[in-house]
Design a protein around this ligand. Structure first.
Ligand code: ZN
Length: 438
């Protein structure tokens, strides 16, 4: 017997439309509908459509028909996004970010039902917790040495059950340039965190792929701070500052690094600290000041140096591309790729196509774009003894050959920061100093 009608979930219709960055009006016009039909459809729990109409709707929205007929699992409201969106962030953009998280959440539920994801090990604290204490507790929960640099932070975070998505510079599914030098930088935040899944208990961090390893690492730590401290939402600047304080303290506990801070700190002699603990000079300066390891005068002076001098390699200030900015590869997540591999035996997003999942292929590719591949070189937990080894930068480096999940974030043609012709790695502080004195 031929099926002639199909039950369509309103939330799915809305989700697909937002992920395609289409307005209700556009869908209405393309469907040849009138009045509030699209709105009614989106607001209804379930609507019975004839199969032809549903198929046409699926075509307009470029989602598989099954997507609309599958009950939504995750629910993320804009208010559940843990970030203080800059004022310029439109309501549409926030909706987009929320619905993107919902898609990841549903995919995670699907994967979890096939192979259980790592249990969540984050401490449950509140905004009343001192960020320094929160960072210590988090290190403890993640079984990290309280006194040692964290090697590959993203890996540790995923091991604690937090899914991480690195969004590529261009999305395939919404057909738009998300951010970049020429697009007026519609997205000003570097990432956001939320909780997804049927019961809203799977923490998720969504990051923008940027070229700065310092920024990616620190953003992971910052978002982790939101997850640990701000389960009830982020509404004020104060919480942003808490998350930032948490981030720096997590990466470089002030009580531990105090012994390594030179008596008269300079950008030059702080470099070993940056390299060893994997924290940007910009964040480090502020951290040292807030932890009373440098005074206000020195802080202001070093900050001024960092943000006014031009890095001759990149043409940006040293604040934007710091000395050592290309010493590590930016961290990449791996958990999602690993689970897709486990559950679907797929080692690239393309291999998912024949599985006919409910999500469109281009959206899956967007979700998986930033994942790290190469199980042969998979990251191991850095040895605890690194606390006494000044060469920690090597454990912080990701495995080479992370190219399997292509469309990754590192396509150099799209980099906003030009890579030096000789392949980078040439930037050292002595050159900066000599330029300065010249
Ligand atoms: Zn934040």
């Amino acid at each position: 017997m031929m099926r002639t009608t199909i039950e369509v979930f309103g939330a799915r219709v809305r989700q697909a439309r937002i992920l395609r960055r289409m307005t209700g009006k556009t869908v209405l016009a393309e469907m040849g509908w009138k009045g509030a039909r699209q709105t009614r459809l989106e607001q209804a729990d379930v609507t019975v459509l004839d199969v032809d109409t549903a198929t046409r709707l699926a075509e307009v929205l470029r989602f598989p028909l099954e997507f609309f007929a599958t009950a939504p699992v995750s629910r993320v409201d804009v208010g559940n996004l843990l970030f203080r969106a800059p004022k310029a962030t439109s309501a549409m953009e926030r909706e987009y970010l929320a619905q993107f998280a919902v898609s990841v959440g549903d995919l995670l539920e699907d994967l979890n039902s096939r192979w259980q994801l790592p249990p969540v090990k984050l401490p449950d604290l509140t905004r009343l917790t001192d960020p320094v204490a929160a960072a210590r507790t988090t290190r403890e929960r993640l079984s990290l040495d309280p006194d040692a640099p964290i090697g590959y932070l993203t890996y540790e975070v995923e091991r604690a059950g937090v899914a991480v998505v690195l969004r590529a510079r261009r999305t395939k599914s919404s057909g738009e340039l998300e951010w970049g030098p020429g697009d007026g930088v519609r997205e000003k935040h570097l990432g956001y965190a939320t909780r997804v899944g049927e019961y809203g208990d799977r923490p998720l961090i969504v990051l923008r792929a940027v070229d700065s390893w310092e920024r990616i690492r620190w953003t992971v730590a910052h978002e982790l701070g939101h997850l640990v401290l701000h389960a009830d939402g982020v509404r004020e600047d104060e919480q942003e500052e808490q998350a930032s304080r948490f981030a720096s303290e997590l990466l470089a506990p002030a009580a531990v690094i105090a012994a390594e801070v030179p008596k008269v700190a300079s950008l030059h002699n702080l470099m070993p600290l940056k390299q060893r603990w994997g924290i940007s000079l910009g964040a480090l300066l502020r951290h040292l000041f807030e932890s009373e390891l440098i005074d206000a005068h020195r802080y202001a002076m070093l900050r001024r140096q960092l943000y006014t001098r031009i890095n001759p390699e990149t043409g940006h200030t040293w604040g934007r591309t710091e000395p050592g900015w290309d010493e590590r590869e930016p961290e990449q997540p791996r958990l999602l790729a690993k689970w897709v591999e486990r559950c679907y035996n797929a080692t690239s997003p393309a291999m998912l196509a024949p599985r006919r999942l409910i999500w469109p292929q281009d959206l899956l590719e967007d979700i998986l774009a930033g994942q790290r591949s190469a199980p042969s070189t998979s990251v191991t937990t850095p040895p605890k003894s690194t606390s006494s080894t000044p060469t920690n930068a090597s454990t912080g480096a990701p495995p080479s050959g992370a190219a399997g999940w292509e469309h990754g974030s590192r396509s150099s043609a799209e980099n906003s920061i030009p890579v030096s012709a000789n392949g980078g790695k040439v930037l050292d502080f002595d050159r900066f100093r000599s330029k300065r004195q010249a």
